[in-house]
Ligand binder design. Structure first.
Ligand code: ADP
Ligand code: MG
Length: 725
């Protein structure tokens, strides 16, 4: 059972007393943060229903997230205008004496109240308002303060529905700078401001976690001040990403992220390391494998391998990212690293995101590894009962030296005799923490993550922290560039006719149907419809369909047919994204290409251009294409450089959407924007490194404050690593 956190907070308050210093219990959020983690429904005037509205707005019902919800605009009501100086369109505060009420004579007419000051007359206009209410607010003869937008009607100043009306004595309370917030249905700016006022009163005073000298140089306020500044912008500059407390808050968020990554990594790296020098053992398996390859390693592959060798030879645990475009030859590099683990007497494992990919890795690696006398075990979701038992025993006894399977399989209870290296082929399907914690399978295991996601540098930092990176920036020789063309959907018939001729020449074709409106059902319907149409055209036995809802064996059967050339056209939802290798496939058709992220298009296109034949990629789009959409697709036409494509995509679309998909594993930020705050991100990374060099367990006073920062941003995963061993 779980206690409400505020109860626990109070309990510990009693136990520990208030010593002035922030105290906390190991593994528990310090109670000083509790007000921020309460629900907005604990604020006056917010019920369960309104709570849901806030949740929709800020992504959570926590008061913290309300406080991180900054204004986007500003209304200046500070100046009390004389009526004679009013101009149309200004938002003005006025001090007026109420003269004459004119209720509507007929339905549909407004209620009018004439007022004046020393300089002139103005009419306040109300549509569909209760006369009683108006008479109460504006009794004739009274002096009032009002604020609202000025209009002119027949040369007469008017204000329709003043935003606020108060007795003249309280005019100071309305002559303010009013922040304007992004809203959602069912929420007014006024209501939100009221809630925010309550929330701001709850702001705790937190110890400073930033480096004092750095903060001074930046001219930033303390945390509490920064949150207040966020909600009290003084001018337009305060609304910009670097203004009014925003830069500091963004930095805090980035620092929390970098620190969390650093902590996870530090623990993974520092603890449990062991040395696995390359080329140890009797057979020198590696030399034999390299000799057996029908090609020579590229310079980039050699370089990456040397970096991996150096890491593995060290006493520390390796945590390295092998980044390279689709087709850059990551698999063989990983295989060679696995051999190092085996030569050192340990096991090695390779995990893939899908069943198909795991099979493919197995099919590629078995013929290379088994001739070396190694036992390679492939563990699949399809192995059940006895068969599975036998495989698991081989893994547990150490008889299996190399194990290949899906991520899911590894997360279930498999025990290795002695795992030395875990290779994770992630294909951008994986979250950071998941990725980092996977290797806990083998306490000692080195970790090599393979990714084809061409993440730009700044984003690599946010996703992987300062994980070591090896890049395969050179493709194996002999690849012809893929001829990429943009084709309007209206020309579909011509395309199909042309493809018919290609098929007669032996080409195999991928035909990708996109996600339709995020709905798997509609998505499937579109693919099925295209499948039927193409069957009509090319012949029923020549066209296959794979989609996410098919069972693995069915899927594999169709894939196998395509691989073997028994079918020529493979219609697919984006399942083929995860890297099936069919060198004979030379044509890629992508429908509704404008709906895909560029990184995704790039990955898909990488499926062709692997064989000897000239390859083509046809990007079908629906007219008319907007300017940005056109530019984005043009980039695809002009470039095959994944890193360049990713940078351009980022430029055109902004950070949040870089991969066009939420499952990208990139963290989502509330306050920071890695693109805009790129410099801050780099500074946060350096800061985090320095902190962890000096105080790896966060025990110093600044370290204690930094723990609070981690809790503030819910980096619980990282906190668990603190002081736990
Ligand atoms: P990815 O980086 O996408 O995982 P793979 O490892 O699947 O790429 O390699 C793609 C293809 O390139 C494979 O068929 C592989 O045998 C081949 N390959 C890998 N390295 C080289 C090389 N140095 N020279 C020629 N072909 C290579
Ligand atoms: Mg691969």
């Amino acid at each position: 059972m779980r206690f409400p956190s505020f109860l626990l907070g109070n309990l510990y308050f009693v136990l520990l007393g208030s010593s002035g210093k922030t105290r906390y219990i190991k593994g528990m959020r310090p109670f000083v943060l509790d007000p921020l983690f309460r629900s907005v429904t604990s604020l006056p005037g917010i019920g369960a229903r309104m709570g849901k509205t806030y949740e929709r707005l800020t992504g959570s019902a926590k008061i913290r997230d309300l406080l991180f919800h900054g204004p986007v605009d500003l209304i200046d009501r500070r100046r009390v205008y004389p009526v004679a100086e009013l101009r149309p369109g200004v938002t003005a505060t006025l001090k007026l004496i109420v003269d004459l009420h004119t209720p509507p004579a007929r339905r549909g007419q407004p209620y009018r109240v004439r007022c004046h000051d020393e300089t002139g007359q103005i009419t306040l206009v109300f549509f569909r308002a209760s006369g009683e209410w108006i008479q109460k607010q504006l009794s004739p003869g009274a002096e009032v303060g009002v604020s609202g937008r000025i209009e002119f009607y027949q040369a007469q100043a008017q204000m329709a529905h003043p935003d606020v009306i108060v007795p003249a004595g309280e005019i100071k309370t309305i002559a303010t700078l009013e922040p304007v917030y992004p809203l959602t249905q069912g929420l007014t700016n006024k209501a939100l401001r009221k809630a925010m006022d309550y929330a701001l009163k709850l702001l705790p005073d937190l110890p400073e976690w930033q480096d004092a000298a750095f903060r001074d140089r930046q001219g930033w306020p303390g945390w509490r001040e920064a949150v207040r500044n966020l909600h009290t912008p003084q001018d337009g500059a305060d609304l910009l990403p670097m203004g009014g407390g925003r830069a500091r808050l963004a930095y805090d968020e980035l620092l929390a992220g970098q620190l969390a990554l650093g902590l996870v990594r530090l623990r993974q790296k520092k603890k449990n390391g062991r040395a696995m020098p390359a080329g140890r053992g009797d057979g020198d398996l590696r030399a034999r494998l390299i000799a057996a390859l029908p090609y020579r390693l590229t310079g980039a592959q050699e370089r990456a391998l040397a970096e991996i060798d150096r890491d593995m030879a060290e006493q520390l645990k390796m945590l390295r990212l092998l980044q390279g475009d689709v087709g850059s030859g990551k698999t063989i590099v990983a295989a060679l690293a696995m051999l190092t683990a085996v030569e050192n007497g340990h096991q090695a494992a390779m995990m893939a995101p899908t069943e198909i990919l795991a099979r493919q890795h197995a099919e590629g690696l078995k013929p290379l590894l088994e001739p070396l006398g190694l036992r390679v075990v492939v563990l699949s979701g399809r192995h059940k009962g006895k068969e599975r038992e036998v495989l698991l025993r081989q893994i547990e006894s150490g008889a299996a030296q190399i194990v290949i399977g899906t991520h899911a399989l590894f997360q279930e209870g498999i025990t290795f005799a002695d795992l030395g290296l875990a290779v994770i082929d992630e294909q951008h399907r994986f979250g950071v923490h998941q990725r980092l914690s996977l290797s806990s399978k083998g306490k000692w295991a080195d970790v090599l993550v393979m990714t084809a996601t061409p993440i730009p540098r700044t984003l690599t930092l946010t996703a992987y922290g300062d994980m070591d990176v090896s890049k395969l920036d050179e493709k194996p020789p002999g690849r012809k560039p893929v001829d990429t063309r943009l084709i309007a959907q209206d020309h579909l018939a011509e395309l199909v006719a042309a493809l018919g001729r290609r098929i007669q020449d032996g080409a195999r074709i991928y035909w990708v149907c996109p996600l339709v409106e995020e709905s798997e059902k509609l998505d499937l319907a579109a693919a099925q419809e295209r499948y039927l149409a193409l069957r009509d055209h090319f012949g029923a036995e020549r066209v296959g369909l794979v989609h996410g809802r098919m069972k693995a064996p069915e899927k594999d059967e169709v894939m196998a047919k395509f691989q073997a050339g028994e079918i020529d056209v493979l219609v697919a939802t984006t399942v083929i994204e995860v890297g099936v290798d069919v060198p004979e496939a030379s044509v890629m058709v992508i429908e509704h290409a404008e709906r895909f992220g560029l990184a995704q298009l790039h990955q898909l296109r990488g499926r062709v251009g692997r064989g000897a034949a000239q390859s083509y990629c046809f990007l079908l789009y629906h007219s008319p294409l907007g300017k940005t959409a056109r530019e984005r697709l043009d980039i695809m036409r002009k470039s095959e450089d994944g890193f360049l494509i990713a940078e351009k995509d980022l430029e055109l679309r902004g950070g949040g959407e870089i991969l066009g998909t939420k499952q990208s594993g990139l963290p989502q930020f509330r306050l920071a924007d890695p693109e805009i705050h790129g410099d801050l991100l780099a500074a946060a990374r350096d800061d985090a490194r320095l902190i962890l060099d000096r105080d790896p367990d966060l025990k110093s006073p600044r370290g204690e404050a930094l723990r609070i920062l981690l809790y503030l941003f819910e980096q619980d995963q990282a906190i668990r690593y603190l002081g736990s061993g």
